[in-house]
Design a protein around this ligand. Structure first.
Ligand SMILES: Nc1ncnc2c1ncn2[C@@H]1O[C@H](COP(=O)(O)OP(=O)(O)OP(=O)(O)O)[C@@H](O)[C@H]1O
Length: 406
């Protein structure tokens, strides 16, 4: 009875503990927004509720531990009392043994009761701690992504040589059981083409870039890069051939060099050249440690614009044939936006570039515009042709954007 209850309570203690840590982390990282919107009391209330639930479970857990301790103590004392009584009785009633033997028997009885207490406590502690192993196993049993490298099927080092991208009746969903977010997409991006991807919120633009990096896998259909189905290769082989400047740039704790060249593949000269092209070299030179300058957790000692420039430098260093810009310009100032656009036009001239854009002016001069609506391709043509058609959805989006700006 004790084991079942204590195991369940320990399990509950862990599951009610995780939301407290998550809430704490959220509150620390979002402290500025919480204060700005005056939501301190709401966050405190949520934290108190979660702490309350955890303390309730912990209290019960420690209470049943005390319950066991008391019973073990009583049991131990019964052993010592029984042994002492028998020893004294045997000396006085039957004249067997003497004081030294009685002393020895009582000492052993003490030792014995301590040992029993120790054994029972160790066993119950081990049972309780197994709930942690159980949780670790739960994570270990999660379905892993595909293999990083498939030895029998590796692309050539030079792949992709041209950067031709083809979606063939491609559909994808986030998880089994969920609805398709990309539905039957069929389109082709020719080498060196610059394609702007537009659509309303939730249309599936970001999902398209996730599909290309195989963060979500195909439910039906294929994505071909230079004629090769990307699903046949390992994830490392596919992802290392593509570059992305994400909406929310990711930097890792480490040095500037480690962030630009995590696998130590490039020379200092290459790294500085990429920084020059990304217009970031002057800023890094002002730091005493230069390329060894420390980037703190999540790159918090860099502004969002600078983080995107570091991502741009990373993409420049990689010389990938396909670049995806995921709403890269949505969160930065016009000057940085200009730098990024200018560098992309100049340095990625020979690459295929897919730009997921909210600001339509950044893609109005692209070669093609892909308009996604509810996960399907609604329009795919040159911006000039789409704008010439007064009834096209693209014209509608452009007019809406103009009306918003006036
Ligand atoms: N992690 C996820 N799990 C399940 N569904 C998701 C997930 N992320 C997005 N979706 C769903 O996929 C659909 C497309 O979302 P997506 O983020 O691709 O749209 P989007 O066009 O990029 O929107 P936005 O312009 O607002 O970024 C939406 O209906 C969304 O609810």
């Amino acid at each position: 009875m004790f084991l079942c209850s204590s195991r369940e309570l320990r399990r509950l203690e862990s599951t009610t503990g995780s939301p407290i840590i998550a809430q704490f982390q959220e509150s620390i990282s979002g402290a500025t927004s919480i204060r700005a919107y005056g939501h301190q009391s709401r966050f405190l209330q949520v934290l108190e509720t979660r702490l309350g639930q955890n303390i309730q479970v912990s209290y019960n857990y420690w209470i049943i531990k005390r319950w066991l301790s008391t019973r073990l103590d009583v049991f131990g004392n019964i052993i010592v009392f029984g042994t002492s009584l028998l020893a004294v009785m045997s000396v006085h009633l039957y004249g067997v043994g003497d004081a030294s033997l009685v002393g020895l028997a009582i000492t052993y009885a003490f030792e014995m009761s301590n040992l029993i207490r120790f054994a029972v406590r160790s066993y119950t502690d081990m049972e309780d701690s197994m709930t942690h192993v159980e949780r670790a196993l739960e994570y270990a049993r999660l379905l892993p992504e595909s293999a990083d490298i498939i030895e029998d099927c590796r692309p050539k080092d030079t792949w992709p040589e041209h950067g031709k991208l083809e979606f063939k009746a491609y559909s994808a969903r986030y998880r089994d059981g969920l609805d398709l977010v990309l539905k039957d997409l069929s389109f082709c991006v020719l080498p060196r083409q610059k394609v702007g991807i537009v659509g309303r919120t939730g249309a599936g633009k970001s999902s398209l870039s996730l599909a290309l990096f195989r963060i979500i896998e195909s439910a039906r259909g294929q994505i071909l890069l230079d004629g090769k189905d990307i699903s046949q290769y390992g994830l490392f082989d596919v992802r290392s051939k593509l570059s992305i400047i994400p909406q929310d740039p990711v930097l890792f704790a480490g040095t500037v060099r480690e962030n630009l060249d995590p696998f130590n593949e490039y020379s200092d000269q290459d790294i500085w050249q990429a920084l020059e092209q990304a217009h970031l070299a002057d800023y890094i030179r002002t730091k005493d440690d230069r390329l060894e300058f420390i980037v703190t957790q999540s790159g918090n000692n860099f502004s969002i614009g600078q983080k995107q420039l570091i991502c741009l430098a990373r993409a420049l260093l990689k010389h990938a044939k396909v670049l995806v810009l995921d709403e890269a310009t949505a969160a930065i100032d016009n000057a940085t936006d200009e730098i990024i656009q200018e560098t992309i036009r100049a340095e990625f001239e020979s690459c295929t570039v897919l730009t997921i854009a909210h600001r339509l002016n950044t893609i109005i001069d692209s070669d093609m515009v892909l308009l996604i609506d509810d996960g399907r391709i609604a329009e795919y043509d040159t911006p000039q042709k789409l704008l010439a058609n007064r009834k096209s959805l693209f014209t509608e989006l452009v007019e809406e954007a103009q009306n918003r700006n006036t």
